[in-house]
Design a protein around this ligand. Structure first.
Ligand SMILES: Cc1cc2nc3c(=O)[nH]c(=O)nc-3n(C[C@H](O)[C@H](O)[C@H](O)COP(=O)(O)O)c2cc1C
Length: 233
């Protein structure tokens, strides 16, 4: 039983809210896991070359290649992304786009697996968590839990956060804001968020230990997908 954790934040591991939450979820499963950070990885978006159509193996040569086997081998995923412009950041989007390689000719390598979606934003992490859930759905992966928290926007450390009228500190704390450690958001200072991450990990661990039925999960997710497209054309 293996869980693959992915942090899509480009920030250093100890500065990233996404990294902290994904790790908390993983540790709380009580199962074996491997954590992969996309930081400093060179992973491009899908280029629609269709090189993967025959064998479901992407032919683009970059840092996704060594992660491909881990994606295939994992029974579940804990994927986290930062909120950039109210959606998930480009690095995580590019990483997930490349899962296109698994879907040809009813490729079922990922079908029926389980996932936890994690998002962190300067205001909210809800958007990237929802986006990851959507990517999971396209691969017939069930999202067993979503976790979102508030992280530190770069405006707290850019040097102009106290005076800039369009910065997050100004928006969140008003004019004349004084930046101190106490007001800088950090997911570890949000007990309800950390608790949600622990609960998400426990839930994922329980589902995996129960020996979840991949065929049943696949059927459920396919039905949701069909419903989504019903009446779309
Ligand atoms: C390019 C960029 C765009 C951002 N856009 C948003 C945004 O639209 N909404 C928001 O809440 N936070 C936004 N943020 C703030 C990040 O979501 C925040 O810093 C978060 O803590 C990042 O997660 P991390 O700490 O794991 O890197 C943005 C940050 C960057 C660098």
């Amino acid at each position: 039983m293996l869980i693959l954790g992915i942090s899509g934040s480009p920030r250093k591991e100890n500065k990233s809210g996404v990294n902290k939450l994904v790790n908390t979820v993983l540790e709380s499963t009580g199962l074996d896991y491997e954590m992969v950070s996309l930081r400093k990885k060179n992973i491009a978006g899908c280029i629609a070359c269709l090189g993967c159509v025959k064998d479901n193996v992407c032919k683009v040569e970059d840092d996704l290649q060594p992660i491909r086997e881990k994606i295939v081998a994992a029974d579940a995923y804990v994927i986290g992304a930062p909120n950039y412009y109210s959606t998930l950041n480009a690095a995580t989007h590019a990483f997930l786009e490349r899962w296109f390689q698994f879907r040809h000719q009813e490729g079922d390598l990922l079908w029926g697996k389980l996932g936890v979606a994690v998002g962190v934003g300067g205001t909210t992490g809800q958007f990237p968590a929802d986006d990851i859930e959507q990517f999971f759905l396209y691969n017939f992966i069930e999202t067993v839990a979503k976790v979102s928290g508030q992280g530190a926007a770069s405006c707290y450390s850019c040097g102009h956060g106290e005076t800039c009228k369009v910065g997050i500190p100004h928006f969140l704390h008003g004019e004349g804001v004084k930046i101190s450690e106490e007001i800088i958001p950090d997911v570890t200072k949000q007990p309800e968020v950390m608790q949600a991450a622990v609960e998400a990990g426990k839930k994922l661990g329980e589902r995996l230990r129960d020996g979840h039925d991949r065929a049943q999960v696949t059927q459920k997710m396919q039905a949701i997908m069909m419903e989504k497209f019903e009446g779309a054309v």
